[in-house]
Design a protein around this ligand. Sequence first.
Ligand code: COA
Length: 504
Amino acid sequence: MESVCKRIRDQRLHDRIVSAEEAASWIEDGMTLGLSGFTRAGDVKAVPFALAKRAEENPLKVNVFTGASLGSDVDKLFAEKNMINKRLPFQADATMRKGINAGDFHFVDQHLSHTSEWIRSNVLDTIDFAILEAIAVTEEGMVIPTTSIGNSMVFSQHAKNIIIEINTAQTELLEGIHDLYEPGPQGERQPIPLSAPSDRIGVKGIQVDVDKIRGIVFTHQEDSPSTIIEPDEETVVMAQHLITFLREEIKAGRLTEKLAPLQSGIGSVANAVFHGLLDSEFTDLEVYSEVLQDAVFDLLDAGKVKFASCCSITLSSEKMKSVFSNFETYRDRLLLRPQEISNHPELIRRMGLISINTALELDIYGNVNSTHVMGTKMMNGIGGSGDFARNARLGIFVTKSIAKDGKISSIVPFVSHVDHTEHDVDVIVTEQGYADLRGLAPRERVQKIIENCAHPLYRDQLNEYYQEALKKGGQTPHVLEKAFSWHTNFEKNGTMLEKAAQPV
Ligand code: COA
């Protein structure tokens, strides 16, 4: 009872505690769910499982909207049980990926700052149940989120019903690190009053209409750990190239050693690049990002980063233990925000972020594909990379120059799917070097990208394509009938190499 009173401080809600099974029984076929959770952090863990169990006997399909990817294998389970009509705006699960690419259900791949606007303006199906993980509900009926905020605020404001999962495995010290700000409807909005990552502009929890809270479920389960792979030789070299570029910016007087607020995308490469900053001379750094991965906490520990603002905290198992058992040392250096604020174009442009995201492939003119393998198969989704790249002071994309033991070149004549156009891409970094594309016309970009970033195995082949394209002329020369020949060659022969060269 003591725990109940501590976690549910609004007396009106004490009689609404139910089992996950009971809460799941309220969900009907065809409904739309808005689930908390962003990149495996702060996701609801009990009700989705109970729903999947129920679906074994009574099949049903639901629309699933979230902040970003879910942990606890919820996406996997929902895909396996064929429970999805439509999923948005991001996922990163292998089974769900398979279902999407088989056409078993629909996936809307969306800029992560945009979902809230669609919900606010009733573009999407009305949310029947917002299901949110929380630390506590305060005396005033304010829901305190856990390790992510994602879209939880907008979901709960617009849902017909709310179910809360109070997760007692999440440290209560998280209370006070959230900053919930509601921008209001488009067309009636004021400028968002935030000009530095540490600015607090909102309140500490999500104010909900308590009459909409249908039930509260107690759980005790940690977030799923991240799946980050430790930096390897190549990603370490990439980090060094990026740091060399940043030093050049300082020499040119465009940055100081404090750099500018940093954003880094998900994935092993982006994490490794942040790791690279540990041994650099840069200091007093600030982070304004979506996800805080392990490397940001290493930078906080080393005193390199003085403040980090984010939308979720997603850590490896080991890091989770050390960070959450010692959380009071981080509390005054962290803020969690809704994803529409962490990814807001107005703020990204105002603060002049340095934004580092990962490409799957890019082309000789600087267009980037972050999502579609061989132009058709969804990997994860665009996530926040587009929110940041277009609006940042520096839109940087990193990728290894080759994939699959050299059978794939990450630099191709024409990307097979475009997420970030040449207009949004300032700098490209691979383990070969970096290409600063700012101020360069398409024809000036080609040589830089091939010489500085492409793998030696593919440089001649890229040059041959470009020479042939030049004969056709144009602002952005191409040989259209050959533009995707590298991809079709891979599909036919298992390699992008035209001549029978030796894969590395
Ligand atoms: N064609 C086909 N496959 C490719 C490829 C290409 N051009 N380039 C890389 N891959 C494969 C790799 O071989 C690897 O496959 P595996 O899982 O079978 O080993 C996989 O893609 C991941 O590549 P990796 O080099 O390990 O990079 P990563 O873990 O950093 O992930 C992205 C890279 C692009 C998939 C990931 O960063 C992403 O989804 N980005 C888009 C969303 C985003 O940027 N969000 C940022 C804000 S949240």
